[in-house]
Design a protein around this ligand. Sequence first.
Ligand SMILES: *Cc1c(COP(=O)(O)O)cnc(C)c1O
Length: 439
Amino acid sequence: MELYSTKNKKALTNLKHAVLKGLPDDNGLFMPVEIPRLPSAFIENLPDYSFQEIAFTICQSLLKGAIPDESLRDIIQNAVNFPAPIVRLDEEKYILELFHGPSLAFKDFGARFMAQLMSYFNQGEGRELVILVATSGDTGGAVAAGFLQTPGTKVVILYPSGKVSMLQEKQLTTLGHNILALEVDGTFDDCQSMVKQAFLDKELTEKIRLTSANSINISRLIPQSFYYFEAYKQLPRDERGVIFCVPSGNFGNLTAGLMAQHMGLPVRHFIAATNVNDVVPEYLESGIFSPRPSVRTLSNAMDVGNPSNFARMLDLYEGKEEGSTWNNMRQSITGYAFGDDETRTAVSEVFRKYNYVIDPHGAVGYLALKDYQEKLPNTKGVILETAHPAKFLDEVEAILGRKVEVPERLALLAERKKEAVSMPVEFAGFKEWLLNNLV
Ligand SMILES: *Cc1c(COP(=O)(O)O)cnc(C)c1O
């Protein structure tokens, strides 16, 4: 498998390098040179395949032997180990539940697959791979759970003390084994700058095999294409294809859907649903991309002002003539943006109409799909439900005025004992800790 950088199509690299490095030196993003189409017989017969078999077939075709079949089978066995069920709201609207993993959000798919690939590619290096992550809450939890007990890896998580929720903190600090949590007496930006400094420190990078679990690592994107096929497989047949509505922030999830379409999945249309951080819907409307600082909202995992995967989206639509990239993208993606009040109303409406508890991110998706289907009725649309509503317990319970069921794996966390090392915002101390504990 060959990958290029979105900043330089001639700078080719292989999968191992792209996964372990995360980002190209030119600060672009890695993208596959070729996204092969899957045989139409495979798409026709999707209901005959398990979720894992689907994932395996996609990887075999996309990775082109970068990982031998036997190892690939093990990797998928370990990475894709929870379901992605479809729930029917009505004839037109379906929910794809992506929250059945350990951290109750779709990011578990990406994190687990990345952990498996990193562990695989680090074999034979003779040294443990140390993953440094700064987190404002959510990503750290998915990464920690994804790497838990993965051979040859250690994860060091830096999080801002007092600035993550109690359950988020438990997800970071109670796993043990190869997961180490540092509670930094500062902000998320302090955590991030300490991590950045570590990667620039010669002594550290010589003595410790450091890598990052960046959200734009290509190994997090690839597995997100699996569940679009898994969704399609569970739906009633419609010759005209399916509409996927994707609540979006950094647009990794949507980009993976576009890749699935390139592989031959019959997608009729994509909907990019955002909160008021609407840089992409605005681009789809006007042709102008103007990133800006993010605004805090109820659906906070989508509070992104400069979506990093936009460069990948552009590449997938790049046309030959001037201006045609925008036109091409508009043909297949429609953007919608909604505010917090509308989102709250949607959470109530979905419960009242369908007896389904949707989280605020999924609710933004619901609003977008509803608007779109008012113009295009008699279609089948799937809302990607990116997180379990219990992750946003206080807000959802306040909106619905009733208790929301908390999955057992989340409830159990509350009782576990926190273990974290306190760390001042000071690089020298952080470096010393790393050298003392990881060399
Ligand atoms: C990360 C996240 C999103 C946004 O996904 P992108 O791939 O960044 O667009 C949406 N919902 C939830 C719950 C998330 O955690």
